[in-house]
Design a protein around this ligand. Structure first.
Ligand code: FES
Length: 130
């Protein structure tokens, strides 16, 4: 089998495009250092559940009373914003992925990577993310 110059160039272009797509869909690289801090009142977050913040790119959970955790609101599958909370699951309705409110781990695919976590702290009744 022989390859002409055009075949080689096309193959190289496709390979470069695949690498580019792969990097866009790679797993979480850690918290975005440019993400702005956000605050929310603890009583807005159900115990054993979570809240998708309406005006910041985070989901804040309270797995047990007074324990707070924060995650990105972007699904790790194809980066749709997560849609809703269903019990102890953070749900992305784009393709049905579910993530745990405990640690952002995948409960149900097609996502294969956990949600990126952010620092969350509790001061009185105020939760601060990032
Ligand atoms: S983008 Fe979330 S399941 Fe596909």
């Amino acid at each position: 089998m022989s390859y002409d110059r055009r075949t080689v160039l096309l193959t190289a272009s496709l390979a470069a495009a695949a690498v580019g797509l792969g990097s866009c869909r790679s797993g979480p690289d850690g918290p975005d250092p440019d993400a702005a801090p956000a605050t929310v009142s603890l009583d807005e977050i159900p115990v054993g559940g979570a809240l998708i913040l309406p005006d910041a790119p985070y989901v804040v959970s309270q797995p047990t009373a007074g324990e707070v955790k924060a995650f990105t609101n972007l699904c790790t599958h194809q980066h749709c914003p997560v849609s809703r909370i269903d019990g102890a699951d953070i749900v992305c309705d784009c393709h049905g992925s579910r993530f745990s409110i405990d640690d952002g781990s995948v409960v149900n695919g097609p996502a294969s990577e956990p949600l990126t976590t952010y620092p969350a702290s509790l001061d009185g009744d105020t939760v601060t993310v990032n």
